[in-house]
Design a protein around this ligand. Structure first.
Ligand SMILES: *Cc1c(COP(=O)(O)O)cnc(C)c1O
Length: 344
């Protein structure tokens, strides 16, 4: 089995990172004349902590994980991009992913000129571990999985994830953006058993903080160290670090939101199946529903006219005729259902 260092791009392995003023001295009570900041306009005048120490401590205790196993990014998107840039040599290496899934893996790979090998899920949106392993070669550095998957909404079988983790010699990135809504357990406690596993989570969904942009990657310290070395030094701004620290104290509120959204999801799913134009409401482990309907484009346009915006997934493989509907507040959901009554 290859070590992390053998999987890394040689230039990244050799890279000497930018050393910021705040790297060289990180104490608090001092006269700071080192970073050419303006001494006025406290607290916005100061550069943010490049290592996000306080925030990582908070997340470490919430997630029951060591702070040196945590990377924080400007959304999960930053972690996705950095992993590709750390491990994949443009024009040479490739990533393997699944179809259908979240679009950002493909976009981040395309930006970096990295080939993507997409392996179709099975008809019930489950992994096909054998086909995934067959699609890999010696240049396959990363495998992107997403569970619960977007847009299908389901969790993958644990034994299938386990199988690809055992068989694939590169880095497995498991995107758990929706894990707080799922009955299945996170893979976080398994990190120490899988040195090449990276788990992605985010504050954008269950925590209700999509606007402040904070994504989390969890992995063994060597992977986190490399990600920290190649990120922009001040990638998480002061406003985001402070707000996240404050809002992460609201775990109870988050739990209540999740419970309400799950109850609303069940109601919405039940009501949606009653419409004559509904062909199928797929089971969901997330805060959205994938719904197959007759005349999806017409329905989508009709809803837009009613100022209700859903996501048209009709052109996505295995999602022909499907709309993806996020679960909203009880009022928003009943507005949706009333609009659909009018469409009948
Ligand atoms: C919404 C979502 C995210 C969150 O991305 P952020 O950049 O953290 O907001 C990540 N992965 C998937 C699959 C998502 O659907």
């Amino acid at each position: 089995m290859q070590s992390i260092d053998q999987l890394l791009r040689p230039n990244i392995l050799k890279l000497k990172p930018y050393s910021s003023a705040r790297d060289e001295y990180s104490g608090r009570d001092a006269i700071f004349l080192d970073a050419n900041e303006n001494p006025y306009n406290v607290p916005y005048n100061r550069y943010p902590d490049p290592h996000q120490r306080a925030l990582k401590e908070k997340i470490a205790s919430l997630k029951n994980i060591q702070a040196n196993s945590i990377f924080l990014g400007n959304g999960s998107d930053e972690a996705i991009d950095l992993l590709i840039r750390a491990f994949c040599e443009p024009g040479l290496d490739n990533i393997v992913s699944i179809s259908p899934t979240y679009g950002m893996y493909q976009v981040a790979a395309d930006i970096n000129n990295i080939e993507v090998r997409n392996v179709m899920l099975t008809g019930d949106f489950q992994l096909n571990p054998e086909a995934i392993i067959t699609a890999t070669d010696a240049h396959s550095k990363l495998l992107f999985l997403c569970s619960p998957n977007n847009p299908s909404g389901n969790c993958f079988r644990r034994e299938d994830i386990q199988e690809v983790l055992e068989q694939f010699p590169g880095i497995v990135v498991l995107d758990e953006a929706y894990i707080d809504f799922a009955p299945d357990k996170s893979w976080l406690p398994e990190l120490h058993n899988h040195p090449r596993l990276v788990v992605l989570q985010t504050l954008s969904k269950a925590w209700g903080m999509a606007g402040i942009r904070l994504g989390m990657a969890f992995a063994q310290p060597r992977i986190i160290e490399v990600m920290g070395k190649i990120k922009y030094p001040y990638n998480i701004n002061v406003l985001t670090q402070n707000k996240a620290l404050e809002l992460l104290n609201q775990a109870l509120q988050t739990q209540k939101w999740v419970e309400e959204l799950l109850a609303e999801r069940e109601k919405l799913a039940e009501e949606l199946t009653k419409f004559s134009f509904t062909k199928k409401v797929y089971p969901s482990d997330a805060n959205f529903l994938l719904v197959k309907v007759e005349a999806p484009k017409k329905l989508y346009t009709f809803l837009v006219e009613q100022k209700i915006i859903v996501r048209d997934r009709t052109n996505v493989p295995f999602c022909e005729g499907c709309l993806r509907i996020t679960v909203g507040t009880p009022m928003e959901n009943s507005a949706l259902l009333q609009a659909l009554e009018r469409f009948q």
